[in-house]
Design a binder for this molecule. Structure first.
Ligand code: GRF
Length: 191
C-alpha cells in the first residue's frame, strides 16, 4: 500500500499532535506530513517543528474560503486529515475534498456535550454541572455538521463527586493519548 500522508490540524497546546507524531514516527505505511494551524503563536506550532514537521499557518479568511487549504493539501499529496484540537468548523469545499478521510477527537461522549460552543473546558464544566457519572472521548469522521459524523470509537471513564472540570480534563486527556493514535491507525489501515 502507498504510504498514507496525514495532515494534522491543531491550534492549541498540541499534546495530541505530539503524541500522534511520536506514535507514527517510523511507521511503515502512515506518515504525518504537515501541521495546519490558524493561530500563528499557538504552542503546537513550535512543538511540531521540533519534530521536523512542516507547519502551514493560515489566517481565518483563507481558511474559511477552503480552496487555499485544499490546494495546499493536494500539493503535498495529503490523503488524510486528523483534527487534534482544531476549533474552527471546516469549510464545505474541504469536507467534500476529503470525504470520509477526516478524523476528529471530541473530549466527551457524543452526542452529549457536542455542537457549537462545546470545546475545551466548556465541555468538562457542562459534564460536572450535569453531575454525570462518566465522561470520555469520541473519535469520529467529520461531515458538514459539527460533531455529527460517523463514530469510529468511544472510550469512557468513571467520575465521582470529587471530580472537577480540571480533573475530568486530565482523565479525558489520558484516554486521548492512549487511544487516539491507535484508532487513527486502524481507520487509515481499514481502507
Ligand atoms: C483535546 O481535548 C481534544 O479532544 C479537543 O481539543 C483538545 C486538544 O488538546 N478536540 P491538545 O492541544 O492536544 O492538548
Amino acid at each position: 500500500m502507498k504510504t498514507q500522508l496525514v495532515a494534522l490540524f491543531a491550534s492549541g497546546s498540541g499534546s495530541n499532535a505530539v503524541n500522534l507524531i511520536r506514535y507514527f514516527n517510523e511507521h511503515d505505511s502512515i506518515l504525518i506530513r504537515l501541521l495546519m494551524c490558524n493561530k500563528p503563536g499557538a504552542p503546537v506550532v513550535e512543538k511540531v517543528k521540533a519534530h521536523g514537521i512542516e507547519a502551514f499557518i493560515t489566517d481565518n479568511a483563507a481558511f474559511e474560503d477552503g480552496n487555499v487549504i485544499v490546494q495546499a493539501l493536494k500539493e503535498r499529496q495529503i490523503d488524510w486529515i486528523v483534527l487534534a484540537g482544531f476549533l474552527r468548523k471546516l469549510p464545505a469545499p474541504l469536507v467534500r475534498a476529503y470525504e470520509n478521510r477526516i478524523i476528529n477527537i471530541h473530549p466527551a461522549l457524543l452526542p452529549k456535550y457536542g455542537g457549537k460552543g462545546m470545546y475545551g473546558m466548556f465541555v468538562h464544566q457542562a459534564v460536572i454541572a450535569a453531575k454525570e457519572a462518566q465522561s470520555g472521548i469520541t473519535i469520529h469522521l467529520v461531515n458538514e455538521e459539527f460533531d455529527k459524523g460517523e463514530v469510529l470509537a468511544q472510550y469512557s471513564v468513571e467520575l465521582d463527586e470529587q471530580d472537577s472540570p480540571e480533573s475530568v480534563a486530565m482523565k479525558v486527556q489520558e484516554l486521548e493519548h492512549l487511544y487516539f493514535p491507535y484508532i487513527v491507525e486502524r481507520t487509515i489501515n481499514s481502507i
